[in-house]
Design a protein around this ligand. Structure first.
Ligand code: MN
Length: 290
């Protein structure tokens, strides 16, 4: 099942390329959820409510995807996690450019994801494809990083690798936008709009092997990142295990799995088109911040 959020906080199921509005189901789920719950009520309710969502979708009128504003697939993520240095070829391309990473100005980072750990992006940086990316510092280098993104399905802590897949609700695509420089990574990657996700969430059953997923980003029509999750250093179950060693993960948490090689600079006016056959396609426009 493909679940999307659109327009004014509406929930939809994407069926054969069209959206079926099931906002009534979302309203009912939220009415029965505690306000102070950690995580997203709709995602937490998926196992119990999925069949009702599918029934509601069947009787809803199809809406053209192109006619709506797509929002990020999760209304209330508890946190947005992201893996650094998780593809060898990306590690190599950054090591070759110390003027980009700030290492020529003294920025120091230990080597490897095991030592660097997972970082957080502010939830306020998360946007849907329709919102686009506003470049906050046009005089500095701003890069796109297209990433395969895990959406957590249920609460868990100190999860073992062999059980990790039980904690995955689904997947989406994300752009881990970055201002290059010497500041802390989370700071530079948390500007408003620097975490576009979408176009929607695909439930885990549609991607039985998350280690076998090709995906791409085109910048202004040119293929820029041509990636495959088989090249991940920490794969999906290992990332769940690693993250949950340090904190409890909650339904609706995002986990960006790291950037493949091919990162490049973006400028206002650019268009990034992310594609994954198993998920879908999202187009994100770059503009200058006000
Ligand atoms: Mn990244």
């Amino acid at each position: 099942m493909k679940l999307c959020r659109f327009n004014e906080d509406r929930l939809g199921v994407v069926v054969d390329g069209a959206i079926r509005d099931i906002t009534d189901v979302q309203t009912e789920i939220r009415a029965n959820a505690r306000y102070d719950m950690k995580g997203d009520a709709v995602i937490a309710s998926l196992p119990e409510w999925r069949s009702r969502m599918e029934e509601a979708a069947e009787s809803a009128e199809p809406i053209d995807v192109a006619s709506v504003d797509l929002l990020p697939p999760i209304a209330r993520p508890c946190k947005t996690m992201a893996a650094p240095v998780n593809y060898e070829a990306h590690v190599a391309e950054m090591a070759a450019q110390p003027h980009v990473t700030g290492e020529d100005k003294g920025a120091q980072r230990p080597s490897g994801i095991q030592n660097q750990g997972i970082f957080l992006k502010a939830n306020s940086a998360v946007v849907g494809p329709s919102e686009g990316v506003a470049i906050r510092f046009p005089d500095r280098r701003n890069d796109h990083e297209v990433e395969f993104v895990i959406i957590v399905g249920k609460e868990g802590s100190r999860i073992k690798r062999e059980n990790a897949m039980d904690y995955v609700a689904g997947y989406t695509l994300g752009l881990d936008m970055t201002v290059r420089g010497i500041e802390d990574r989370s700071f530079r990657k948390s500007c408003d709009g620097y975490a576009p996700v979408g176009p929607w969430m695909v439930t885990a059953d549609e991607i039985p092997d998350p280690g076998n997923v090709p995906f791409t980003v085109h910048l202004n029509g040119n293929l820029q990142q041509d990636a495959h999750t088989k090249d991940l250093i920490f794969d999906v179950p290992r990332l769940i295990e690693f993250a949950s060693e340090f904190y409890t993960i909650y339904p609706g948490d995002y986990l960006f799995t790291g950037s493949p090689p091919g990162v490049s600079e973006v400028h206002p006016g650019d268009v990034m088109r992310c594609n994954c056959e198993l998920i879908g396609e999202m187009e994100v426009v770059v503009r200058e911040a006000e």
